[in-house]
Ligand binder design. Structure first.
Ligand code: AMP
Length: 221
């Protein structure tokens, strides 16, 4: 049976990096609600303005809006088999919504905790830079681009520092994670669908542990 692989981890744990690796190496589509909201917030609509305000405050967009977006995106052809959710669900209500979606889509859920000590998260977040063209994720402390400030693959493009990756915003986002998202770990653990990956190592080491855990769980072939 095909799966919905849910990556859970604090902001900065490396969910995006791992989801992108699953996509490029195994062809499993990566659905990132954060990326979708970042695209949405540049539009000139009242909803886009509201999304921008919420993101800039380190808060969460409403469960209903988020779920509609996920439902719509995952109804596309590329999500007919297994897909990865990066950043959804993020609240117990969203987890319930995902249960019914999984049922409708005839899929099983496997949740993976990408577990990083809280002390490491701040540096991972404030050092993070993204390519605006391909989305490649760098870190000025641990994965610097070849030329400072520019993407290795798109050398003409200046890397972007997300507006919510500043020291002040990081505190808000980590608090939001602890209050809203951590309860999901219990939820998936109790139903025996939680895999845990130690994410203290390099992205390659984490990826190798992730792939092994998913394969052992028959979540990937
Ligand atoms: P991320 O890139 O996953 O850190 O998400 C960036 C921001 O998008 C979050 O701080 C939220 O404001 C919003 N967001 C992303 N995913 C969700 C979600 N599942 N529920 C509500 N808001 C979300």
């Amino acid at each position: 049976m095909s799966r919905i692989v849910v990556l859970i981890g604090a902001p900065g744990a490396g969910k995006g990096t791992q989801a992108r690796l699953l996509q490029s190496r195994l062809g499993i589509p990566q659905i990132s609600t954060g990326d979708m909201f970042r695209e949405m917030k540049t539009a000139a609509t009242p909803l886009a303005k509201e999304v921008q305000r919420i993101m800039d405050a380190g808060e969460l967009v409403s469960d209903e809006i988020t779920f509609e977006m996920v439902k719509d995106r995952t109804s596309r052809e590329d999500c007919r088999a297994t897909y990865v959710l990066d950043g959804f669900p993020r609240t117990p209500v969203q987890a319930e919504m995902l249960e019914s979606l999984a049922k409708d889509q005839g899929k099983e859920i496997s949740a993976v905790l990408i577990d990083v000590p809280f002390e490491q998260l701040e540096q991972r977040l404030t050092g993070r830079r993204n390519c605006p063209v391909c989305g490649e994720i760098y870190n000025i402390y641990s994965k610097a681009p070849k030329v400072e400030g520019f993407c290795d693959l798109h050398p003409e493009e200046k890397l972007v520092h997300r507006s919510d990756d500043t020291t002040e915003m990081v505190k808000e986002r980590l608090e939001t994670y602890q209050v809203n998202t951590q309860p999901l770990l219990d939820y998936y653990e109790k139903s025996e669908r939680l895999l845990k990956i130690d994410a203290g190592g390099t992205p390659e080491e984490i990826y190798s542990a992730l792939e092994k855990a998913l394969a052992a769980n028959n979540a990937i072939a």
